[in-house]
Design a protein around this ligand. Structure first.
Ligand code: HSE
Length: 427
């Protein structure tokens, strides 16, 4: 049987999983592809580090040239992370005619178009199924199974770390700091969890999902991003008492044929399926004009789930090599798209305030709401501390422009402080 040689760049959690899975499922993979897939060379940063994966027969080096200059290597799996160095290496590898598989969403979200262009020029495949929602096969599903439909909305939980933290806060009354520590110990969080908790990791994934679902290229600056840092356990409990779970959602939708993409904490009704997604799991809800609402659920991070997505790419490239069809883009759908206007993006909102507990305060809040033509749905007051009350309001639908103005005006009021303002997902 002919051999397809694979190089692996980076031997952390995902890299080890890829090596392990290729060995464990060797026979099934050969019978599907008609080729024997062999990991020939692994490039690592630290040659001394002890690895808990069997590397028998694999060359381990710290020299990228061992991949670039080896004519026998057909496919390189980049799982080293970082943006600048990974980009530089991938460019060299594409120019050397290697097909690339990467799990690097930061890189694809920021430089995906130019890398796809370079892959085209060199008749190489560039696949990145593992970059979004770890083990959920969402990108290839959008390309293949939604090809004939018109996607209207893609929304979901695309960051495992934050979903784990919010689950633990909600179910175990854990503090944010303790829940984050636990996520790091379990290996879901990135080594530096800033991007996870500030919503940037989810935003990168939404950039890629938006490109696949709507064919529209957007940048990080085009996304309204809020993280979960500073989220208050009391708001999680309050939302729960109203029948909602707070989830960090990415929402990309077409409004009057313009695109709106946002990442932030959202109150999700308990009856909505995304509400039931717990711990490090992810779920992506794709709404097509023809098919309606579909949901894809699974582990969003971790060694073997992510490695499985990488393996699906390896098999796709191998089939292209056999059929001599390499060099086609992962996603061909591309069109011009304008950003939705702030006054056409409308949601109900949850607003939580710390208010000095004395007469006349509610009137000040009501005046702001009235001036800006915004309507309350309900108002709840509870104790914050000895001198302050917590006032929680939910509103009827209002535009992004209205909510921004309301928050600004309320924040300007003396003795009133905005703790949080979150979208509410209508059922
Ligand atoms: N840190 C990411 C998450 C996993 O928590 O979802 C890799 O994308």
């Amino acid at each position: 049987m002919q051999v397809v040689n694979i190089g692996v760049l980076g031997l952390g959690t995902v890299g080890s999983g890829v090596v392990r899975l290729l060995k464990d499922h060797e026979h099934k993979i050969s019978s599907i592809t008609g080729r024997k897939l062999v990991v020939k060379t692994v490039v690592v940063h630290n040659l001394e580090k002890k690895r808990d994966v069997d590397l028998t027969g694999i060359k381990v080096t710290n020299d990228i040239k061992e991949l670039i200059n080896d004519d026998e290597i057909n496919i390189v799996v980049e799982v080293m992370g970082t943006v600048t160095t990974a980009k530089e290496y991938i460019e060299l590898l594409l120019r050397a005619g290697k097909h690339i598989i990467t799990a690097n969403k930061d890189l694809i979200a920021t430089h995906g178009s130019e890398l796809a262009e370079l892959a085209d020029q060199n008749k190489c495949d560039l696949f990145y199924e593992a970059s979004v929602a770890g083990g959920i096969p969402i990108l290839r599903t959008i390309v293949n199974s939604f090809a004939a439909d018109r996607i209207i909305e893609v929304k979901g939980i695309v960051n495992g770390t934050t979903n784990y933290i919010l689950t633990k806060m909600s179910q175990n009354n854990m503090s944010f700091a303790d829940a984050l520590k636990s996520a790091q110990e379990l290996g879901f969080a990135e080594p530096d969890p800033t991007n996870d908790i500030e919503g940037i990791d989810a935003a990168y994934k939404m950039i890629i999902l938006t490109q696949f679902a709507f064919g529209i290229n957007i940048a990080l600056d085009d996304i309204e991003v809020k993280g979960i840092n500073g989220i208050d356990l009391e708001d999680i409990k309050q939302a729960k008492s109203l029948g909602y779970n707070i989830k960090l959602l990415g929402i990309a939708k077409l409004i009057n044929d313009r695109i709106s993409v946002a990442v932030g904490p959202v109150l999700v009704p308990e009856t909505q399926p995304l509400s039931a997604v717990q711990n490090e799991n992810n779920a992506v809800l794709v709404t097509g004009a023809a098919v309606g609402e579909t949901m894809f659920y699974g582990p969003g991070a971790g060694e073997m789930p992510t490695a499985n997505s990488v393996l699906s790419d390896i098999i796709a490239v191998t089939k292209d090599i056999v059929l001599e069809t390499t060099g086609n883009r992962f996603n061909d759908f591309s069109r011009e798209g304008k950003q939705a206007l702030p006054d056409e993006i409308k949601y109900p909102y949850y607003i939580s305030l710390k208010v000095k507990d004395r007469p006349g305060q509610m009137l000040k809040i009501t005046e702001v709401m009235t001036e800006l033509n915004a309507s309350f749905h309900l108002i709840i007051q509870s104790e914050y501390d000895d001198v302050n009350a917590r006032v929680v309001m939910t509103t009827h639908k209002m535009s992004e422009q209205q909510i921004k103005e309301i928050i600004k005006e309320i924040d300007n009021l003396e003795e009133i402080e905005v703790i949080a303002s979150y979208r509410i997902l209508s059922e």
